[in-house]
Design a binder for this molecule. Structure first.
Ligand code: MN
Length: 186
């Protein structure tokens, strides 16, 4: 089952994260969650076949096409996870604070189903988020562990070599809250 790994890592009596359930496809949800866990990182999620394919991006996305940001593939998440904002108990998997940092839709630029592009290790998508827009590439690093990918802004009118979007737009697109406010309010 696609969400077995997701389910096996969590105790749903203890965490407010949604239990596994596969949604109807096809949809095109895009979301990035800012996750203040043992280490702050950003979780990029793209919908495919009723689940959210997921990558953890330690430094977060950069609008500068010269920046290649490590993106580590993680377990698929249920679609409902895209709206999850709150705290995960400290002693649970991923314990810490989760914010919906950006959300919207995406489409594959190439005429290729997303699952096939993932299989081939190269995704090119057009993102329509509140913060991120335009074309982005996700490229699997060969020979360095199949979980390691690179997230790269492709050069277009939405590229920006000066602005650090994680600094200029740090708060939730869902509630406008900061990580600190979410941590305090749950
Ligand atoms: Mn995470």
């Amino acid at each position: 089952m696609p969400l077995d790994e997701y389910a096996s890592k969590r105790d749903f009596d203890r965490t407010a994260e949604p239990p596994p359930s596969q949604g109807p496809g096809p949809g095109n949800t895009y979301v990035i969650q800012k996750h203040d866990a043992s280490r702050l990182h950003y979780d990029l999620r793209l919908e495919s076949d009723g689940v959210l394919l997921s990558w953890a991006v330690p430094k977060g996305p950069s609008l500068n096409p010269a920046h290649k940001r490590l993106a580590v593939r993680t377990e698929d998440h249920p679609l409902e996870y895209g709206d999850f904002e709150g705290t995960i108990p400290e002693d649970e998997y991923g314990g810490g604070t989760v914010m919906v940092w950006d959300s919207g839709t995406f489409e594959s630029i190439k005429d290729l189903p997303l699952a096939e592009a993932v299989e081939q290790g190269r995704l090119e998508v057009r993102i329509r988020g509140r913060k991120l827009k335009g074309n982005w590439a996700l490229i699997q690093m060969k020979g360095r562990g199949e979980k390691n990918w690179l997230l790269i802004k492709m050069d277009d009118e939405h590229a920006d070599r000066e602005t650090d979007i994680t600094e200029t737009a740090p708060d939730s697109v869902l509630t406008g809250r900061s990580i600190r406010q979410i941590a305090e309010q749950g």
